[in-house]
Ligand binder design. Structure first.
Ligand SMILES: [Zn+2]
Length: 247
């Protein structure tokens, strides 16, 4: 059910969605794409196949991103955001309650629930690698789209300035990409895929070759078209407010 050689990377935002303005003309969508390309080449150098949500400056919905991820059956999904506030990196898993019971059908909006414990194990690996590389990782739970619809171990990474070094600094990005690559490669060797999903209607004496769960597509999009000139909806920052106010 997993392709152990495939990793999915989602450089957040893109196209008409600029994400946050990080400084001057620096847009989050460009920083996430640049970092994704750097991380991609490091992972490919380790023999992994990387599936990306976008290669260029494309507008994409959360559902489109999840669809690409789920079809590639990756062993890990990383959602990449950047911020100009705080220091170091925030790592988030879905805030859905873990639901490890096998299901023959997963709901699109809550598909990640089945994978939450694997996501937490990936989070743990990434957190210790980033701590070793002095990125001061802060972990939290946040259902930023499209994480709840992903059928893979999934972690959102939002990186901010490190000791005053801005997020578009090449040395900074290389160090972060190195740490993530090391953590992913190490975690992958220990990763124990979940038990196959059992179809409850199947003959219990039949061979246990269970089908991959079907995923219900989202109900017809309720989002109205954005009128020209209207502010675009952006993904909320996941950074928690620290005691004392400063982030
Ligand atoms: Zn973002």
């Amino acid at each position: 059910m997993y392709n152990r050689n495939v990793v999915f990377l989602d450089p957040a935002h893109g196209g008409t969605d600029n994400g946050a303005r990080l400084s001057g003309k620096l847009q989050e969508k460009d920083v996430t794409l640049a970092f994704e390309q750097r991380l991609r080449s490091l992972l490919q150098a380790k023999g992994l196949t990387v599936v990306s949500a976008r290669d260029g400056d494309a507008s994409m919905t959360s559902d489109q991103r999840a669809d690409i991820a789920n079809h590639s059956r990756p062993i890990a999904c990383l959602l990449i955001h950047a911020t100009s506030s705080g220091s170091g990196a925030y790592l988030a898993t879905s805030s859905l309650q873990a639901d490890p019971e096998p299901h023959s059908v997963l709901q699109w909006e809550t598909a990640q629930a089945t994978y939450v414990s694997q996501s937490l194990s990936l989070l743990e690996g990434l957190t210790s690698a980033l701590a070793s590389a002095s990125f001061k990782p802060v972990t939290l739970q946040s259902s930023v789209p499209p994480i709840d619809s992903l059928t893979c171990p999934a972690v959102l990474i939002e990186f901010g300035p490190k000791s005053g070094t801005p997020v578009n600094d090449e040395g900074y990005q290389q160090q972060l990409a190195d740490a993530i690559t090391g953590a992913l490669v190490a975690w992958r060797t220990t990763f124990d895929p979940p038990k196959p999903v059992v179809d409850p209607s199947a003959d219990p004496s039949a061979p246990k070759a269970a089908p991959r769960p079907k995923i219900k597509p989202p109900v017809a999009a309720p989002a109205p078209p954005t009128p020209p000139g209207a502010p675009l909806r952006s993904v909320p920052s996941i950074a928690p407010i620290k005691p004392g106010g400063a982030r």
